[in-house]
Design a protein. Sequence first.
Length: 109
Amino acid sequence: MEPAAAVPEPAAPLPGLNRLVLTAQLIERGALRYTPAGVPALDLRLQHESTVTEDGSPRKVSMEIKALGIGAITQHLGRLVLGSQGTFAGFLASARNGRGLLFHITELA
C-alpha cells in the first residue's frame, strides 16, 4: 500500500485582509452626491468579463458589480467616459440596505 500523498498546510491567513483588484468597464455612473458629513460620493456599476482557470479548466466569468467611490477618488471616477475600461482597486463591504456586496473603490489605474 502506498503512503497517502501529503497535503500541504494552508498558508496562514493575513489578518483583516479585504482587497479586490478588478479590470472592468464602467457601464453606469450616478450623479455626484454628498454624505451627511459633506464628503463627495459617486455610485457606479462595473462590468467584468474574463476567462480564468479553475481546477485546471478554463472558465468564462461575466459579472456586474455595484461600486462606490468616496472622497478624492470621485474626481478621477467622474472623469471616466462611460464604456471605458479601467483597473479598479478597493475593498468589499455590505451594501447600505444590507443586501449584497458593494465594491468600495479606493484606487484607479
